[in-house]
Design a protein around this ligand. Sequence first.
Ligand code: ZN
Length: 301
Amino acid sequence: MTMEARCSCCPRGMFITVNLRPGAEQKVVFITARVHPGETPSSFVCQGIIDFLVSQHPIAKVLRDHLVFKIAPMLNPDGVYLGNYRCSLMGFDLNRHWANPSPWAHPTLHGVKQLIVEMYNNPKINLEFYIDIHAHSTMMNGFMYGNIFENEERFQRQAIFPKLLCQNAEDFSYSSTSFNRDAVKAGTGRRFLGGLLNDTSYCYTLEVSFYSYIVGGTTAAVPYTEEAYMKLGRNVARTFLDYYRLNSLVERPLASTPKTRKEKLPVFKCTTQQGQETSHADSKPEKRSQAHLKDQSLSAR
Ligand SMILES: [Zn+2]
């Protein structure tokens, strides 16, 4: 039901979290996919994330050193096996049952939620990101759904990750990204966990088109391929390097990882409620101090 990605390159399949310093606070990124069994692109995106994280790529090594990735790549295996489009074996849309999942009727959801709640209650763990990967049948590109918060600063901080992802992935659209609290989405992972976790946690639904994307500045639709979906997954993973400002720790050269976006976007600035412009790392509360990182002067880009 849940899995922790293992590094196939390491002897005895060591956990990819092996490089974390003993006693260090664990910053956890929790990723789920395929809660809707017909949304096959979500599996390719998730595969891209996993393949990248367990690779020997210099960025992947840095990410493994600083973050813990928990990945449940298939939340609805019964539905996938049966060829269902949206429901589980028992006919439930699991992404409407996060509030009170039953161990009997929604076992995978129940197990994953239990793990998330345990991590939330563990003072040594900060569950900072939850990303649930889906595929969209009518929209183009990749994009995200986020939550609406009363706190303006929190609301703006939530926009940082999709903005950074937009700079890394040519097929990801920030303009299609939206934030809502529709009643109909109340039982989704993104909505429920957004209300449960603390105010420095961010919960997103990552959607990717079933069919194509348009690159900024052009009008031609590019059909998605399995490789393009996996590339989006790799770009999601590497965006955490930017978010946590870990760029200076990556071994050079990076010739094998060219920027995927053609035009360079300006560095994102977050305007706080008081009107002060800050970079995204500075906008984090004191508790989320990045003091353990080696180089604070490094720009995210
Ligand atoms: Zn879906």
